[in-house]
Ligand binder design. Structure first.
Ligand SMILES: Cc1cc2nc3c(=O)[nH]c(=O)nc-3n(C[C@H](O)[C@H](O)[C@H](O)COP(=O)(O)O)c2cc1C
Length: 159
């Protein structure tokens, strides 16, 4: 039986997600990547995960990083998300950023930020599963999350 990878990907797109940007400073300049595989793992200890494609040009920058910062995007960050999803485009220049206490910069006006120490990496087929231990976090009380669904950006509709 052949497995239709394109149809599989489209089926996965039926599951709506938020969008985050992950930043790391393991290379000469900070790098960022748009990710929707972010999820919570554990409250105690505080762990989160995200998945990084092994053939990403940014792979080494993140896989070798000792820490990374995860910024949860709002609807106003669609341009940032599109830019950091562009192949080969991982620079953070000309973006609204602020310095974090522990490591890589966070996105200004993110709905939440999680400052993580690299905790573990697990094999996940063509992706690597990166588990981060959250050392510091912050959140905004307001703001609408950027949503990714069926390959397009959207927002939650008001109840
Ligand atoms: C909404 C969205 C979510 C994405 N989620 C992931 C992800 O979870 N993991 C990943 O490795 N790439 C993800 N990507 C793709 C990367 O952002 C980027 O396009 C990819 O790494 C190719 O570029 P590169 O080879 O320069 O890294 C996502 C892209 C978009 C638009």
């Amino acid at each position: 039986m052949t497995f239709d990878t394109k149809a599989f990907r489209q089926a996965l797109g039926a599951f709506p997600t938020g969008v985050v940007v992950v930043t790391a400073t393991s290379e000469a300049e900070p790098v960022g990547i748009t990710v929707n595989s972010f999820t919570s793992v554990s409250l105690d200890p505080p762990l989160v995960l995200w998945c990084l494609k092994k053939d990403s040009q940014r792979y080494a920058g993140f896989a070798e990083a000792r820490s990374y910062t995860i910024s949860v995007l709002g609807t106003e960050h669609e341009d940032v998300s599109a830019r950091l999803a562009r192949q080969g485009e991982h620079r953070l220049s000309d973006m609204g950023l602020f310095a974090t206490e522990l490591g890589p910069p966070a996105l200004a006006d993110a709905l939440a930020i999680f400052e993580c120490a690299a905790h573990a990496m697990h094999e996940g087929g063509d992706h690597m599963i990166l588990i981060g231990r959250v050392l510091r976090f912050a959140r905004r009380d307001t703001g609408a999350p950027l949503v990714f669904h069926r390959g397009s950006y959207g927002a939650l509709s008001e109840a």
